[in-house]
Ligand binder design. Sequence first.
Ligand SMILES: *[C@@H]1O[C@H](CO)[C@@H](O)[C@H](O)[C@H]1NC(C)=O
Ligand SMILES: *[C@@H]1O[C@H](CO)[C@@H](O)[C@H](O)[C@H]1NC(C)=O
Ligand SMILES: *[C@@H]1O[C@H](CO)[C@@H](O)[C@H](O)[C@H]1NC(C)=O
Length: 342
Amino acid sequence: MRRQLCIWMVRLTFSSLRLLTVVDRRGESEESGDDETRRRSINGDVDPNQPATTSKSSHCTDVDLVHCRIGKIEGLEVLQKAKTLSLRQNLIKKIENLDSLSSLRELDLYDNQIRKLENLHNLTELEQLDVSFNILRKVEGLEQLTQLKKLFLLHNKISSIANLENLIGLEMLELGSNRIRVIENLDTLASLQSLFLGTNKITQLQNLEGLHNLTVLSIQSNRITKIEGLQNLVNLRELYLSHNGIEVIEGLENNKKLTTLDIAANRVKKIENINHLTELQEFWMNDNQIDNWSDLDELKNAKSLETVYLERNPLQKDPQYRRKIMLALPSVRQIDATFIRF
Ligand SMILES: *[C@@H]1O[C@H](CO)[C@@H](O)[C@H](O)[C@H]1NC(C)=O
Ligand SMILES: *[C@@H]1O[C@H](CO)[C@@H](O)[C@H](O)[C@H]1NC(C)=O
Ligand SMILES: *[C@@H]1O[C@H](CO)[C@@H](O)[C@H](O)[C@H]1NC(C)=O
């Protein structure tokens, strides 16, 4: 009955919507039906009091209002027990009227028209917040969200990293496709495991010293010219630096746990200073200027190396290109996009 109420309430609130989907994921396991039964789509003309498929259905904990042309957040007060709320792909301009949803763990506002991070202070239980693909200019208004573990702000107009100090439990931060020029103000985020800063305007790898637990760092498509400032990141496993202006492979002395190293599409002439990376499994080096076969010796200690990308280097002009890689690196199973056939 609860779920019926939920559907009905939502229909009242957004009575102009053409299509509306409410998913109660907690109910799923109780139902034997196919997708149609679980995912109840109603359109504006259907009688909201039609019987629900199960009477055992629990609270409306997961609410999905994706792609509903919603212009304003309102009338959701009834969802006090909701744990996740998705308002992806709507036309929302302002974050508001969410104060009573204090049980919320996940809030998804991906692909709307939101200009400001605001009115979130009551959502203190929030663990995941996604406001990607909006028009935010600033990171702000998150001070109270100390339980936050994952924050996605991909593809906005954010020009600086700020106001994250309180989020000491943050494990994942996605700030790709913004206008960030400097890596800064991350010092207190000691729990951070993944940091995504691709497609910004960053010129220097810096201010990463405090991120001891970082395992994934992605700064693809920026303006980095030198690999530096990574000395403290001893737990780093994946480093993505493709599409920058790097000329020399260096500064990775302490990153001994690296399993993936991506330096594709830079200006590197020589593979060097990585023979201590014995855990390496993926080495992406395509679109550089490698021209000496002896360089592959640098990867000999990586006994688990599975994949190398070397296409569009001068080496590729050699008619024996694939064969020579196979001979030099016998553990490799994939060269460029193609698996090795035996
Ligand atoms: C916001 O949170 C405060 C403190 O937890 C609470 O007293 C207040 O009722 C909440 N606001 C709403 C609208 O629920
Ligand atoms: C870092 O990671 C370790 C192992 O996962 C964990 O025990 C520790 O609490 C983490 N440190 C912080 C500050 O989160
Ligand atoms: C290729 O590299 C090896 C080892 O670094 C060096 O001895 C050799 O001179 C290089 N060959 C060319 C053509 O540069």
